[in-house]
Ligand binder design. Structure first.
Ligand code: CP
Ligand code: NVA
Length: 315
């Protein structure tokens, strides 16, 4: 049976990812190759957190498919005045062909998905960022091809939504995935690690959770990082977080430990001098601009296939 929504990275099968990346690569070459796929249809984009890339990518993707995006800012809806998520989902389903949503609680996105009759796409929650993962894996594929045997894919930094998505998508793709984070409070959620390990047992992926940045970086083909303060993180934790995460900052020293052909990745926005040095993010090793461009190609692919009922999901 086809999958209606993309609520979590873990919803996707390897076959789904392959289909989505193949179509996305086609959209990268020719953005208008399916210019009538959403003709005379609308896609609602509802965001209660800020966004530069995901909003632009989503609106552009809908336009390239011939549809009309309707952007709804967090406090625009009656949700803030007590209308239920379920009622909101039913109303949006009556006007739009899909809903792209960015918010805090994963459970809110799940509820929109179960109450709505249209595809609901998670465009970032506190727990996950599945559309980012599609752009990241298209970028990885462009650089290294399909054969990733012997390659190591390392995330350095906070054990947040991005680190979780990185673990799960790497497990789905059968990759050798490493996270290098501090121990304790800012390590990845053990439940997500267990889920990644369960998927890895089926796909042949290898999952390593390390707390030493140099060990995590050594021999890697990718060093990936993310902001240390995510949207919604308490400001009161900033000082402690900066101190504990400092050894995981992607520097020339850490990059020197990686493979000859390694690349630097970042979902952006970036804070030069915190999670990455300006020398690295602005170097020839950095693929962040191509990665950001693929936000549009992959969301376009996702909208195309989800609205046609062509995504099966992980059984
Ligand atoms: N990477 C990403 O999701 O960027 P935005 O927050 O700008 O959408
Ligand atoms: N971890 C970051 C990702 C931004 C794309 C956040 O949630 O703010």
């Amino acid at each position: 049976m086809e999958m209606k929504d993309l609520l979590r990275t873990a919803d996707l099968s390897r076959d789904d990812v392959e289909l989505l990346l193949t179509t996305a690569a086609d959209f990268a070459k020719d953005p208008l190759r399916a210019r009538t796929a959403l003709a005379n249809r609308t896609v609602a984009i509802y965001m209660t957190k800020p966004s530069t890339r995901t909003r632009l990518a989503s609106e552009t993707a809908v336009a390239h498919l011939g549809g009309t995006p309707i952007f709804i800012r967090g406090d625009d809806l009656q949700l803030g005045r007590g209308e239920t998520i379920s009622d909101t989902a039913k109303i949006i389903s009556g006007f739009a062909s899909a809903l792209i949503v960015r918010t805090y609680a994963q459970s809110d996105v799940d509820e929109l998905g179960s109450a709505g009759s249209i595809p609901v796409i998670n465009a970032l929650t506190d727990d996950d960022h599945p559309t980012q993962m599609l752009a990241d894996w298209l970028t990885i594929r462009e650089n290294f091809g399909k054969d990733i045997e012997g390659r190591k894919f390392t995330y350095l930094g906070d054990g947040n939504n991005m680190s979780h998505a990185w673990l799960i998508m790497g497990a789905i793709m059968g990759a050798h995935i490493v996270t290098g984070t501090p121990e304790g409070r800012w390590a990845p959620d053990p439940k997500v690690v267990a889920q990644a390990q369960a998927i890895a047992a089926q796909t042949g992926a290898k999952i390593e959770i390390l707390h030493d940045a140099a060990q995590a970086a050594r021999g890697a083909s990718v060093l990936y990082t993310d902001v240390w303060m995510s949207m919604g993180d308490p400001e009161s934790e900033r000082g402690e977080k900066m101190r504990v995460l400092a050894p995981f900052s992607v520097s020339e020293e850490l990059m020197a430990l990686t493979e000859q052909d390694s690349i630097f990745m970042h979902c952006l926005p970036a804070h030069r001098g915190e999670e990455v040095s300006a020398e690295i993010i602005d170097s020839s090793r950095s693929v962040v601009w191509r990665e950001a461009f693929h936000r549009r190609t992959t969301i376009q692919s996702l909208l195309f296939h989800l609205t046609r009922g062509e995504i099966q999901g992980r059984q």
